[in-house]
Ligand binder design. Structure first.
Ligand SMILES: NC(=O)c1ccc[n+]([C@@H]2O[C@H](COP(=O)([O-])OP(=O)(O)OC[C@H]3O[C@@H](n4cnc5c(N)ncnc54)[C@H](O)[C@@H]3O)[C@@H](O)[C@H]2O)c1
Length: 269
């Protein structure tokens, strides 16, 4: 897919990875619809787009609300034209035991990580099918294939998006020019609090830079790839998890001890 002049809608565009996704698409000459919760948070991303000489529109919207989703797409169409690429990137990651998640946290995680991306996809996909060109990009996680303790609800949402992407890809097989890309990053140096990085170091967790993840995402869209997973050892663990998941249970015991220690600290922020 050639990205020059294509309108790319990115949710969570002001976030740690989202702003770099926006930058990477802008470097290819794509126009940007930048969706996030506040105008102030989007201002530097908008500035970056201006510097790179592409058209960009900030869209303040909560992707868990149907009326905001419809307005976000409408505003994009008025300002830029139809959405050529949708990047479902906005996400929230509660870190605590399964028992400790409040009902509100469970609901919010399902709504932001699953409901919003599904509804946005439903809203833009008919236009893509009609024009015979477009791509839906869902940002998943390693945890969508290898469910992690203390990330139970988050892992479940990413697993849902992996399934959704797979089913959608199969539904669209006969539609020429329209496709789905699922990208699963491992841990990324993003907007987590300092205590997270302290824990990550203790856990010997490999962290990718957001610029690297963003360039992987853009390349996957250009090459029209179906699924991309980051990290060599993570891919190996995912494979073992598929064939003998109980083997991974034992392998995580040490990590769980560290997460147990850090979970209360992570709630303080
Ligand atoms: N950071 C990581 O280690 C990591 C690893 C793998 C996958 N991911 C995934 O990458 C994506 C981006 O992560 P990040 O690290 O940039 O997170 P982040 O918290 O830095 O950014 C997320 C952005 O989404 C926005 N957002 C949240 N709820 C929203 C809503 N209801 N409507 C609109 N926008 C909303 C936030 O305002 C924020 O700007 C997420 O889907 C995450 O699950 C992150």
């Amino acid at each position: 897919m050639i990205l020059k002049g294509v309108n790319v809608m990115i949710t969570g565009a002001a976030g740690g990875i989202g702003r770099h996704i926006a930058g990477a698409f802008a470097s290819r000459g794509a126009n940007l619809s930048l969706v996030d919760m506040s105008e102030e948070s989007l201002a530097p991303v908008l500035e970056m787009a201006k510097e790179k000489g592409v058209s960009a529109v900030p869209v303040v919207a909560d992707i868990t609300k149907d009326e905001d989703i419809e307005r976000a797409v409408r505003e994009t169409e008025v300002e830029l034209g139809s959405v050529g690429v949708l990047v479902n990137n906005a996400g929230i990651m509660p870190f605590k035991t399964a028992i400790d998640h409040s009902p509100g946290e469970i609901m919010a995680t399902l709504m932001v990580n699953v409901y919003g991306p599904m509804r946005l996809t439903q809203t833009v996909l008919p236009g893509m099918i009609k024009s015979g060109s477009g791509r839906v990009v869902n940002i998943g996680s390693t945890f969508g294939s290898l469910a992690f303790p203390y990330f139970s609800v988050y892992s479940a949402t990413k697993s849902a998006m992996r399934s959704f992407s797979e089913a959608l890809r199969r539904e669209l097989q006969e539609v020429k020019g329209v496709g789905v890309t699922y990208v699963a990053p491992r841990a990324v140096r993003s907007t987590q609090p300092p205590v997270f990085f302290e824990m990550a170091k203790k856990m010997k967790m490999s962290l990718d830079e957001p610029t690297k993840v963003a360039s992987v995402i853009v390349r996957a869209v250009e090459k029209e790839e179906s699924e991309v997973y980051l990290g060599g050892s993570e891919k190996l663990f995912m494979f073992i998890n598929k064939i003998k998941p109980t083997m991974v249970d034992g392998g995580l015991k040490k990590q769980i001890e560290i997460m147990k220690e850090y979970s209360p600290k992570m709630q303080k922020k």
